[in-house]
Every structure is written in C-alpha cells, then in structure tokens.
Ligand binder design. Structure first.
Ligand code: PEP
Ligand code: MG
Length: 312
C-alpha cells in the first residue's frame, strides 16, 4: 500500500477555522530537545527531568542540574518550556530517595510523593530549574507528577513560588485529581493530563502489561469522561488544560481531546506532522461533535467508530 504523505508541521498548530491549538514536544534530554526544535515544536510541553537523576548513587548537585537543564532549554530560548519535577519511584527507582521493597510500587511513594518525603530534594531541583530558566530566558512553567490531593498541589505551588517560579501546574494522572480539577485550578495556573498514568489508574491496569493492552486505552469511555471533567473545570476557571500522555500524539484522538476542552497537545516530536495535519481538517465545532459522540459511547470500540462516523 502507498505510504500516506503528510505535510510537515509548519510550527503553528491550527484547526481548520483558525482556532490555535499549540503543539508542543515531550523531551527527556538535550538530544530530544534539538530534534523537537527541528520538528518545529512550539515549545516543550513535558520535560521529563529524570534523566539527570537515574543511575546516580547520590543526588546530583544544583550546579550539575542547572547545566543539564540548560542543555534542554537552550534550543527553546524565549519559548514555553514546561519542566516536570522528578517523577521517581515505581519503575524509576533512585537509591538515595526511593524504597526498593514496596509491594505495589505504582501505588507507592512515587512522583510528587518522593518530593514530599524529601523536601530538600525538591527545593534543590526547583532552584536549579529557576536558574536554568533565567539563564536561557525560557518561558518557564513547572509542574508536579502524580498529584492526588489539593494539599499536595497547594504545597507544591508554594515551594515553586519560594523558588521564584512564576507559573506552576500539576499533572492530572490520578482519577482523584481529575475529579477534584475545579478545586485544583484554584491553587495552580494550569494542568496537563498524563493520559498514560490516568488510564492505568482509572482502569486499574498496569500500563506495561501486554495482556492488559485493551484496558490501557485512552479511548475507554471512563477515561474520556474524566478528561471531559477536567476540560470543563479548565473552561470554568479560564485556565489551560494540556495533554502530555501518548494520547496527545494520536491523530484520531486529537480532535476528541480538543472537543473535550484540551487547549494544547504535547507529544513525541515524530507525531507533530500527523497530528497537525489532522487538526487542520477539523473545526472547533467538529471537535465538539466528535467529543460528544465519544462521550456517548459505551465501549472504546464504539467511541472510535462514533468519532469516525462524525468526522469521516
Ligand atoms: C503520563 O503518565 O501520561 C505521562 C506523560 O507521564 P510518564 O509517561 O512520564 O509517566
Ligand atoms: Mg505519568
């Protein structure tokens, strides 16, 4: 079969009616950031900072962190970069901060919970992020992974303010956070849906399990309904709702996410061309109709076919 030709992303995410949907990149290090800039990503929507910490016996110094973060920020000088604080624990153990003997590590001390247990680790990282952002004149935003409560978000935002970080957000990766989105928006400037973990925790299915692949599907109506609740809360608060899980890079799902209230999408740089090409073919009204069709479905398969029927 002929390979479908897709126009290269031109650096401006737009719907057919001119609605702007910024398309950003997920990066895990300097090489990814260079590739993302070459692919014309409008910014970085998820900078996974773990690379600086993994395989280390001790916490990296603030100076080491500043140097590592500057390498990622440099290709995006003057543009938006959303830095995620350390998401250790679970499948990403750290000898100096995480416990090795948890029975249920995905439900254990991971993500922001590691930072709560080690406040100095978070303070050092925030200082390094702020210094790197200033040195590279990035439009810096900082967010926390694996938030479950409003107190966690409030304390994180306070720690960011103390470090001089102007814009603070959280990832929505737990059903608890999705259900509390309105209250969470009262204490943060933006949210970003981590659909990989949100799907895993909503469906109670390990995201790395091959036999559970059908459950780990962001088209599952239960997941779509949680995303809709977050989109609605974002609209009510007048604050941005991003997606930075794999779902954001799925060209078939992107219009649905926009219709559910998502205002920007972050993805692996390779997906930018296809997602931008798809979004150029639909209007905001098409996206709303696609989202309504998906929300009315009883199964993931029905959601896919209902959206295909609406959008063609
Ligand atoms: C997610 O969970 O969707 C996410 C973006 O974070 P990670 O894949 O790094 O867990
Ligand atoms: Mg995650």
């Amino acid at each position: 079969a002929a390979v479908e030709q897709v126009a290269a992303f031109d650096g401006t995410g737009l719907l057919a009616d001119g609605t702007a949907i910024p398309l950003l990149a997920n990066v895990g290090g300097a090489a990814d950031a260079v590739a993302a800039a070459e692919a014309r990503a409008q910014g970085i929507g998820l900078f996974r900072t773990e690379f600086c910490f993994l395989d280390r016996a001790e916490e990296p110094t603030v100076a080491e962190q500043v140097a590592a973060y500057r390498g990622v920020l440099a290709p995006f000088a003057g543009r938006k970069v959303v830095v995620r604080t350390l998401d250790a624990g679970s499948d990403k153990p750290l000898p100096f901060a995480t416990a090795a003997d948890e029975e249920n590590p995905a439900l254990g001390v991971r993500g922001l919970r590691v930072s709560v247990a080690h406040p100095a680790l978070l303070a050092h990282q925030l200082a390094a992020i702020a210094a790197a952002g200033a040195a590279e004149s990035a439009q810096l935003e900082v967010m926390a992974p694996m938030v479950a409560t409003v107190e966690e978000a409030r304390d994180f935002a306070a720690a960011c303010r103390e470090a001089g970080i102007a814009r603070t957000g959280i990832m929505i990766e737990t059903p608890a956070a999705a259900l509390m989105a309105a209250e969470l928006f009262a204490v943060v400037d933006f949210v970003s849906l981590g659909t990989n973990d949100l799907t895993q925790y909503t469906m109670a299915a390990d995201r790395l399990s091959a036999p559970l692949g059908a459950l780990n599907d962001p088209w599952q109506p239960a997941v779509l309904r949680l995303i809709a609740a977050v989109g609605e809360a974002g609209r009510a608060a007048g604050k941005p709702v991003g997606v930075c899980g794999e779902a954001g890079g799925d060209p078939a799902l992107a219009p649905v996410l926009v219709g559910l209230g998502v205002t920007s999408l972050s993805m692996t740089a390779r997906s930018l061309d296809r997602v931008s090409a798809r979004l150029r073919t639909v209007t905001a009204e098409d996206c709303r109709r696609a989202a309504a069709a998906a929300l009315g479905a009883a199964t993931a398969a029905e959601a896919r076919s209902a959206v295909a029927a609406v959008l063609g």
